[in-house]
Design a protein around this ligand. Sequence first.
Ligand SMILES: [Fe+2]
Ligand SMILES: [Fe+2]
Length: 167
Amino acid sequence: MNLFEALRASHDLQRKLCRSLVRVKPGERDTVFIKLKIELEAHAASEERFLYVPLLMTNAGLSASRHALAEHHTIEELCDELSVPDKSTAAWLITARRLSDKVHHHLREEERKFFQLAGKLIADSDKAVLGKRYLKDLVEMRRHYAGAYKSVAVDRSGMLVSAGAAA
Ligand SMILES: [Fe+2]
Ligand SMILES: [Fe+2]
């Protein structure tokens, strides 16, 4: 799996979790939200380290990288806003929809613009190495962020699961 295929696999998971966040019953929002928050945090950290740091080192990649990092920050702030005990309110759902829209916009822009740019700026010989490092770091970061919650864990294959299903 090269760097871009690996990044897109997490994007697909983020889209799936966003869709279910705004559709599930209020009582199920907490677990879906925690999974989404962990995936967003873990992916952003690993993507910043293994895609945007190399891109930031090139003049042609500066502007795109800054834009993407600013969006990661906005997404983090929306997750903070949603991290409240009562997730059953109409106001919570409105913010959840804003998060979902923002995530969808961000992923689309990365896949259509920034990955294409990075594909030209990063040497082919580096793409496989960066992909491997990104994937290893992603699983470590999922474990790192999941450590703060009882309801979600990371299984042997490195995927997020509801706690109790990890064995
Ligand atoms: Fe991103
Ligand atoms: Fe991404």
